[in-house]
Design a binder for this molecule. Sequence first.
Ligand code: NAD
Ligand code: ZN
Length: 431
Amino acid sequence: MTIRQIKAASGLPPQAAQDTADTVQVMLARIRAGGEDAARDYAQRLDGWDGPALVQPEAIARACDAVPEGLKADIRYAHDNIRRFAEAQRATLTEMEVELRPGLFAGQRVIPVGSVGAYVPGGRYAHIASALMTIASARAAGVAQITACSPPRGDQGIPAPILYAMHLAGADRILCMGGVQGVAAMAFGLFGGRPADILVGPGNQYVAEAKRQLFGPVGIDMVAGPTDSLILADDSADALTVAWDLVGQAEHGANSPVWLVASDAALAEAVMEHVPICIAALPEPNRTAARDAWEALGEVWVCDTPEDMAQKADEFAPEHLHVQARDLDWWQGRLRNYGSLFLGANTTVPFGDKAAGPNHVLPTSGAARHTGGLSVLKYLKTVTWQRVEDRALPELARVSASISRHEGMEGHARSAEMRLPRPPSTLKAVG
Ligand SMILES: NC(=O)c1ccc[n+]([C@@H]2O[C@H](COP(=O)([O-])OP(=O)(O)OC[C@H]3O[C@@H](n4cnc5c(N)ncnc54)[C@H](O)[C@@H]3O)[C@@H](O)[C@H]2O)c1
Ligand SMILES: [Zn+2]
């Protein structure tokens, strides 16, 4: 056997997904009917917030003053990388025009959506980086109006570093409102904004479910589940570093899996010895979160060949895939299923989470099999056009009418033939 599992996941108790869906459905219906008052009412009841929903310029200025200079410089460093990566990505998508037949022209245009609603989660951690990821990439796409929202923390409203990051990244409007009411306010264009064309950003199960239920008339980036990470390591990897990389991502919470796929049983055993020691070094409540995640969902596999390791990684299709092994070019060429790839022991998932440049809003729960993550491209519509000169008409109209008739679509055929230079008798009105 070339692939064997040496630590299995014990699993999590099933969750009441239907309860969340029902709660969110009721909330969205109430906010749709009751508008701003209903949204404010939920903000009061769920988050104890009585202050203004729309954050005023003076409050943003005060927050910017309150953030220490050192932290501001760090946020600017991260923002600069994220913005420049998004701008470079934007430049890869170009408009084009092609003459398919003499006189038949077609092309594509790249048009940004008009309005974006960016959810910046609150809760246990202060998600500064999430604000940069969603807002800076929308700005780089050329979106006209960006609204961002985040839940209040106590009676201070949105924490100052998050407000600073939102403002720096280019949010036009900021709502102090979280959860379903925040998402709905952006989707429905409450508090003076335009209704969002697309809703983006991570959040808890209520946020994810609200986006899922609103999807259709409104676009969404993805239905994001709990974050996950996989490390591929050979005997060149350092066991303690790998252990910290696993524990670091387990810190996200009890439902965030971390997986190790190793080429070397001795390395795998050494990592498993280090993991509990690393966990014990964390402060609470992070320690409990990491321990629960490792025990319930952590898995360790040992494979004999790099090909087996790559196959295992492609099966997991992790959100974050980190290679700590020799011959990085081979891995980069071979690996297929991941949200974002981290090549070499010099980098680590927190670099990508916070500051390196590529977006951290990524497909989870195996969705990397069919999609990449949030990027500037999500805010852009690739639309097509066509234009036909007289010389292209005879053949194009004849072929279109022929196919229409074989499909049984006489109306389409007539419409095509109306374009022929000399209308045939079929153009006379019937009856
Ligand atoms: N995948 C990623 O890239 C990424 C990055 C950062 C954060 N996250 C995720 O963001 C989430 C943050 O969650 P959070 O809860 O701390 O903050 P959150 O901002 O997602 O949700 C807070 C809101 O939830 C609402 N809420 C709480 N309990 C409710 C209830 N019983 N009924 C209705 N609404 C309720 C409240 O209105 C509150 O404002 C985590 O799940 C984390 O994993 C993911
Ligand atoms: Zn992380």
